[in-house]
Design a protein around this ligand. Structure first.
Ligand SMILES: [Zn+2]
Length: 232
């Protein structure tokens, strides 16, 4: 599932900010204690939240203790919801929330924290991603991050960019989300009143359901660039 060529094709936004360790982001680097920062990305509707909840289930079943976090879930509540019907309570990540403080606080209460599940991580801040790296490196906490890589303009979200730079493993989720033409879906087009828009705020809530005033449609690169939504 790991697509290293995808990582290799991403631009380096700021060479000076890139740590030497990033050269090892080949899926094989492990921390001394075994914890790792893993980023799973893909277009809308590719099953990221479903995979996040499955990951939580698998680890919890092995007796590991974790926290589930999200930001701006489609339910607009402190929950992870999925289009196929799964749901789970989650801690809502705000700009002010320090993930290290959060984990330290739980540990001070005697709660063991083995891992974090971070859904919708594209909406987190870059600082949150730095905190994830800190949790892996200094607390031995596994961090599983799930989110979009690019916004409706096909530009990287800042947090996603930082994850590409810092993560131990980067995995592209491809649960065959198809463009209307049948090619694999790659980019998330924002559709307002039936037309693809390319300007506006980076984060604007909408769903992939038909009929909404603001919605998103996953397209292949060719049809994203052409702004072609296909025959309705
Ligand atoms: Zn297409």
């Amino acid at each position: 599932m790991t697509d290293d060529s995808t990582f290799a094709s991403l631009p380096t936004a700021d060479g000076s900010a890139r740590l030497p360790a990033c050269a090892g982001a080949d899926g094989g680097r492990q921390q001394r204690h075994g914890a790792a920062l893993r980023f799973f990305w893909g277009p809308m509707d590719c099953g990221k939240s479903t995979m996040a909840l499955q990951m939580n289930y698998n680890h919890a079943r092995q007796g590991r203790r974790g926290l589930v976090l999200t930001r701006i879930d489609r339910s607009l509540g402190p929950r992870i919801t999925t289009r196929i019907g799964l749901a789970h309570d989650a801690i809502e990540v705000t700009d002010d929330l320090d993930l290290c403080d959060l984990v330290r606080g739980r540990m001070a209460e005697g709660v063991r924290i083995d891992y974090l599940i971070c859904d919708e991580v594209c909406f987190y801040t870059v600082r949150h991603v730095e905190q994830m790296a800190e949790l892996v490196d200094h607390y031995g906490v596994d961090v599983f991050a799930f989110g979009l890589a690019t916004d409706f303009r096909s530009c990287l979200f800042p947090a996603a960019q930082r994850l590409f730079e810092l993560a131990d493993e980067v995995t592209r989720i491809q649960v065959e989300v198809l463009c209307w033409c049948g090619r694999p879906g790659l980019l998330n087009a924002r559709v307002v009143n039936g037309a693809v828009v390319r300007e506006g705020q980076q984060v604007l809530i909408g769903d992939t359901a038909e009929g909404a005033e603001v919605r998103y449609q996953v397209l292949c690169r060719q049809h994203y660039r052409a702004g072609d939504l296909g025959r309705r």
